[in-house]
Design a protein around this ligand. Structure first.
Ligand code: ADP
Length: 503
């Protein structure tokens, strides 16, 4: 098989800029694909928060992007993804990107997101033309890149890059990029595309919908989520589009950066450890208890949480049951996150009420996230909806059995603990209620205190699972080839959905 030319276009790329799991995926999968021999490149906006130092190079030629009236001019910065030779390009445009946040500032979504990301979509394609590097496939990620398949099918269709296939990955269907029709004018998209089976939703332009209708193939980040989004309850108003495109939709479970998330070599945690010798994990627990002002005691089960504060993540369920749990059980909680103001307040109130039992850090802190993964005894993830979820994968790798609600990728990646045989990698519950969550925390707590051997087995099972990109990277290559063949008008059959890493 000849190597493929693959362009990743993404609004987030770890470790340069990260809001959620999308960044983790785009920061790691390209490295695995490159290691398989493919020519992979990644492009992202140059937000003000990205630190450009001497290791970067500015391209001499300015980037003239054909949007708006008389084009917009940008500049391209170039480096590589850390630990690889994968070229990483950042597109600079002061007016659009010289601000720290990706999607939203303190007062909500940036009102010019439609223009910012239209520029970014067209700029990414212009960059390829400037480089004289025409990708076989453009891999787009979520609503901010939804105009790429649309541009390739319309204004750029008869150019060399118009031959490129597109794969559009849904990381989270909830955010769709609704905007005014001015976005189409700005991007020079023909007005005829403002219709229900292209870009129009409820009288507005929907950038996600544009991507879903116009991409050659669609993937999402777990097989179960691929099914859920075709239903009314999981489709966020786009389920009919996904049913229409069902034959082109594939679920591929996310992998993780197995070197970046490895407790045996992780230099950011106070002590490394392995499945054979977990003594370093106890050191991490003591340090976590110290840092979050918890009672330093190795025997109390410590439950970790790292999450956006959002009802999608079920953190309202956790906030609701925490007082009862902390009153009734001898447990501790370490909570890291930020987001919804009301939820923040609830967690702050609970932390004030239960000093020494509930440690809270509001904010985004990558180092503390690793310490929580390493130092906790359980990881809590009560999501209402979860496309894939990465934190439960990191938790299992760090010997921290997850407690998850059975939804989306959590179904695919966590195996239920079976008391009679001590099989499984974590605890799953069905109902999105505070009671079901509290009961499951109680079950985990009882297992920890009363069945230490079974608890140890749970830890070891999770640590033994292979969550690296391996099989899923191959599935993406199959998906790219499927898309390329379709774009060329060749007959091609759909690859099988990527089976769960839990198998
Ligand atoms: P989502 O993308 O829905 O937020 P995922 O589980 O797929 O959820 O990915 C979340 C990623 O963001 C993980 O890498 C997690 O460690 C990280 N993360 C989430 N909140 C924080 C935070 N407050 N501080 C540091 N990292 C965080």
């Amino acid at each position: 098989m000849p190597p493929l030319k693959i362009l990743f276009v993404s609004p987030e790329v770890d470790p340069f800029v990260k809001v959620g799991g999308l960044a983790d995926m785009v920061g790691s999968l390209p490295k695995d694909l490159a290691a398989m021999g493919h020519d992979v490149r990644v492009v992202c906006p140059a937000y003000g928060s990205i630190k450009i130092d001497d290791s970067w190079r500015a391209r001499d030629e300015p980037l003239g992007v054909d949007v708006g009236v008389g084009a917009h001019w940008g500049r391209t910065w170039e480096t590589v993804l850390p630990g690889s030779n994968v070229p990483f390009y950042c597109i600079e445009h002061g007016q659009f990107f010289d601000r720290p946040e990706v999607y939203a500032g303190p007062w909500g979504d940036h009102p010019d997101n439609d223009l910012r990301f239209s520029f970014f979509c067209r700029g990414s394609l212009t960059l390829c033309q400037q480089l004289g590097w025409i990708p076989d496939v453009v891999h787009c990620h979520d609503w901010t890149t939804g105009f790429i398949p649309l541009m390739l099918n319309t204004v750029l269709r008869d150019t060399p890059i118009g031959q490129a296939a597109t794969v559009f990955t849904i990381h989270n269907l909830e955010h769709q990029g609704y905007c005014d029709q001015r976005a189409l004018d700005f991007a020079h998209i023909p007005v005829a595309e403002f219709r229900d089976d292209s870009t129009e939703s409820h009288g507005k332009v929907n950038m996600m919908k544009a991507g879903l209708y116009h991409s050659t193939k669609i993937t999402t980040v777990s097989p179960t989520y691929a099914e859920e989004i075709k239903t009314e309850s999981g489709g966020f108003g786009l389920d009919h589009v996904l049913r229409f495109r069902a034959a082109d939709l594939l679920g591929i479970v996310n992998g993780i950066d197995a070197d970046g998330w490895n407790p045996a070599i992780d230099q950011t945690i106070p002590a490394t450890y392995t499945a054979e010798d977990l003594s370093g994990k106890a050191v991490c627990k003591a340090e976590l208890q110290k840092q979050l002002g918890l009672e330093i005691n190795p025997d109390i089960p410590l439950f970790g949480v790292i999450s956006r504060f959002a009802t999608q993540k079920g953190l309202d369920l956790l906030a609701e049951c925490l007082p009862k749990v902390l009153e009734g059980m001898k447990v501790q909680f370490a909570v890291l996150g930020s987001g919804d103001g009301e939820l923040e307040t609830l967690f702050r109130q609970a932390a004030a009420r239960f000093p020494g039992k509930l440690g809270l850090h509001v904010g985004f802190n990558a180092k503390l996230a690793k310490l929580i993964q390493a130092g906790s005894d359980f990881f809590v993830m009560p999501s209402r909806a979860e496309p894939c979820g990465l934190t439960q994968l990191y938790a299992m790798r760090y010997g921290t059995p997850p407690i998850v609600r059975a939804t989306g990728g959590l179904i695919d990646t966590v195996e239920q603990y079976i008391e009679s045989t001590s099989e499984g990698t974590g605890f799953k519950f069905e109902d999105a209620t505070a009671l079901a969550l509290a009961n499951t925390i109680g079950w985990a707590c009882a297992t920890y205190y009363d069945h230490p051997q079974a608890y140890r087995q749970l830890q070891l099972h999770g640590m033994a699972r292979d969550f690296s990109w391996g099989a899923s990277a191959k599935s993406y290559i199959d998906a790219y080839q499927w898309a390329i063949a379709t774009r060329r008008g060749e007959v091609s059959t759909a690859p099988a959905p990527s089976s769960s890493t839990a198998e």
